[in-house]
Ligand binder design. Structure first.
Ligand SMILES: *Cc1c(COP(=O)(O)O)cnc(C)c1O
Length: 349
């Protein structure tokens, strides 16, 4: 058995996957009478279950071979699929470093899989266990690293990622949802060196397609083939695929938008830093900034009343707020409104 086969849920090894009409015939035909579709209209046909055209375009964009790609209905679907593929309910575990993206644990719990929550240190780097038992425990199947991390915004040090890849016996799932806003290169370039690496990306953030639901996994071909066996046959709709292809045709626009967001991030950081209610502001490699603010509860409510919604992050602290980078106009409105909040407060006392 290969290393990946050993990690698969044993009850799945014998799985005979569903075979869809488009699995059994994927060529071009004149008359399609094989999938019980309505012969009239647009979007009347089932989409390509393996999104071949989209994968080809993505491959031109990021250099990852198409056979190492899996596309999901958002990366949230891929997180769930990874857990269902590798973790036996009531038996296996996933590992996360908190505070981090909430879906790893929620997806695990929905699947009756426990999450071992380890801590990030003061600079939000993972504190790695030293005991060999942890690394070698065969029930610890998936270790999630989020870099840049949501909600803290920092990238994880290369040495720490390497140590996880080298020591962990299960799969290391590196969530790069925000990598386009960081200076570091994607680990998807290094798949050949690490058979246990799964890189997650998404078109929801830098590509501006949160509404279209297109998530990406880059992994070795064995992992990809298992995900293909478990996924619903037509998991990525024709509409999603078209939206993604359209976006990839406008690469210059995407690059432009990322540059604008980075510029706005720097401006917003400087502005927030000068406010007297800002107690701590964390440097960000992502398209949001995390900060600790005096009276965050009051500030949050004040902003909300004026139509501005930010995110409370109580997992970081009672006074932690996470602010996404908006347009120049939106960011200015945020800063002006916070300044008014500060002025009003100081005249009350
Ligand atoms: C937003 C986000 C996702 C979700 O991506 P979708 O493709 O929209 O499902 C995944 N991981 C992290 C860390 C995120 O912040």
């Amino acid at each position: 058995m290969t290393r990946i086969e050993q990690l698969i849920r044993p009850e799945l090894r014998r799985l005979k996957p569903y075979s869809s009409a488009r699995d059994e015939f994927s060529g071009k035909a004149e008359v399609y009478l094989d999938a019980n579709e309505n012969p009239n209209g647009n979007y009347n046909r089932y989409p390509d279950p393996f999104q071949n055209e989209l994968k080809k375009e993505l491959s031109l964009y990021n250099g990852v071979p198409t056979e190492n790609m899996f596309i999901g209905n958002g990366s949230d679907e891929i997180i769930d699929l990874l857990i269902r593929t590798f973790c036996q309910p009531g038996h296996d575990k996933i590992v996360t470093f908190v505070p981090t993206y909430g879906m790893y644990k929620v997806s695990a719990e929905i699947n009756a899989v426990d999450a071992i929550e380890l801590n990030l240190d003061k600079s939000f780097q993972p504190i790695l266990p030293q005991d060999a038992c942890f690394w070698e425990n065969p029930t610890n199947k998936l270790l999630f690293l989020c870099s840049p991390n949501n909600p803290t915004g920092n990238s994880i040090e290369e040495g720490i990622i390497l140590e996880c890849l080298n020591r962990f016996k299960g799969l290391v799932v590196l969530d790069e949802a925000y990598v386009q806003f960081a200076l570091s290169e994607s680990w998807s370039k290094r798949l050949v060196d690490f058979p246990n690496l799964v890189v997650l990306q998404t078109m929801s953030k830098a590509f501006g397609l949160a509404g279209a639901r297109v998530g990406l996994a880059f992994a070795n071909v064995e992992v990809v083939s298992w995900l293909n066996k478990l996924k619903p046959p037509y998991n990525v709709s024709e509409l999603n695929q078209k939206a993604a292809l359209e976006k990839l045709k406008n690469k210059d626009q995407v690059i432009d938008e990322i540059a604008q967001i980075l510029e706005q991030r720097a401006i917003l950081f400087d502005e927030l830093e000068t406010l007297e209610i800002t107690q701590k502001l964390y440097p960000s490699d992502a398209n949001f900034i995390l900060g600790i603010f005096e009276d965050a509860t009051e500030l949050y409510a004040y902003l909300l009343e004026r139509g501005i919604v930010v995110r409370r992050r109580k997992d970081v602290g009672e006074n932690a707020l996470r602010v996404s980078i908006g347009t120049e106009v939106e960011n200015k409105k945020l800063i002006q409104t916070i300044k008014t909040f500060i002025r009003e407060k100081s005249t009350v006392y």
